[in-house]
Design a binder for this molecule. Structure first.
Ligand code: FAD
Length: 295
């Protein structure tokens, strides 16, 4: 029996705005490689505290001008007044952007410290979603979801209240924080559906090119890295080639297991690299330019 579902899955890719010319070249190589897989949308992150505002904007505009892809611009409320955030949204709308990933953002003082909104700013992501939808009803708004609950949430109930508030404000889809244990996602999905929340909750999949770096990063954001996963990368700190093969095998296993349980939409945190994500999509049955895999 094949692990690949009959209906081809829908996919989306996340990139971050490049800092240097070299990173810019490698980002666009990755986009060229992944674009023929026909993602539903490609999103571009917004640096902590809005630090990449211009770079996110220029990457999104280039995607619009030079590709057939549908770009989704991430946007946070951190360190900016409502007026400033509204201007960013208006500029996106004027440029032709019709999809925003609306977030509160991490505290400017660092993850783990208390979030203090800008005195004139949006206090929550739900407020941001409501404002975008009120001013531009034709913008599709995606929000975040947390299978392990957000680290600031006192409980899953509080966390799901926040998700519900974002949906009530007009969000139509959520992307999860990265997770490695599929049971966490399925349990979360049960909780979400039990609340009557019906929007798609796209699992966020991150192939770990550099395990040590990625572990530090995701752990700070509240994602559990299971021991069995750490063990798979043991002794490979100086062996990038093998790490890459292991990372591909791990992420492919995770995605195929989700697919086997009926998940048919995936969001990939690409880290601006195409190789592993392309291979995983291939295993899911996706082929460039919509070609069907051989039966
Ligand atoms: P929310 O979902 O709005 O809130 C997080 C938690 O805070 C809630 O679960 C709830 O417990 C609590 N909370 C919020 N509002 C209330 C309320 N009114 N009452 C009670 N509790 C409340 N960060 C960036 O800087 N740039 C990015 O581009 C970026 N992209 C991301 C993409 C995805 C898919 C994800 C999952 C995260 C991303 N982040 C990004 C990280 C995100 O900014 C942080 O996780 C941040 O700490 C929370 O923002 P949020 O919009 O997810 O918060």
């Amino acid at each position: 029996m094949s692990d690949v579902p009959h209906r081809l899955p829908a996919i989306s890719f996340e990139f971050f705005p490049p800092k240097t010319d070299e990173m810019e070249r490698s980002l666009w190589e990755s986009i060229s490689r992944l674009a023929p897989l026909a993602p539903n949308f490609v999103s571009v992150t917004y640096g902590a505290g809005g630090s990449t505002r211009e770079r996110t904007h220029s990457t999104i505009v280039r995607l619009l001008k030079e590709t057939d892809l549908t770009p989704a611009a991430h946007l946070t409320c951190v360190g900016a007044s409502r007026g400033e955030v509204d201007d960013v949204v208006a500029h996106y709308h004027e440029a032709g952007v019709r999809h925003i990933v609306a977030l509160r953002g991490d505290p400017a003082t660092g993850i783990g410290t208390a979030y203090v909104p800008h005195p004139d700013g949006y206090k929550t992501s739900a407020e941001l979603v409501a404002s975008i939808k009120k001013r531009f009803p034709d913008i599709d708004v995606t929000v975040s979801a947390y299978p392990e609950k957000h680290p600031e949430s006192a409980s899953f109930d509080v966390d799901l209240d926040a998700l519900q508030a974002k949906i009530d404000a007009g969000a139509t889809r959520a992307i999860t924080q990265v997770f490695f244990d599929n049971d966490l996602y399925f349990r979360y999905l049960d909780r979400v559906r039990a609340r009557g929340i019906a929007i798609p909750i796209l699992p966020g999949i991150m192939p770990m090119h550099n395990f040590k770096q990625a572990r530090a990063f995701v752990t700070r954001a509240g994602t559990t890295v299971p021991d069995w996963l750490a063990e798979k990368f043991e002794g490979l700190d100086d062996d990038a080639e093998t790490r890459k093969l292991v990372a591909a095998a791990v992420a492919a296993g995770q995605v195929q297991n989700l697919a086997k349980h009926g998940v048919d939409t995936f969001h990939f945190y690409t880290m601006n690299r195409a190789d592993l994500v392309f291979a995983i999509c291939h295993l899911l049955g996706l082929r460039p330019n919509g070609a069907r895999k051989a039966a």
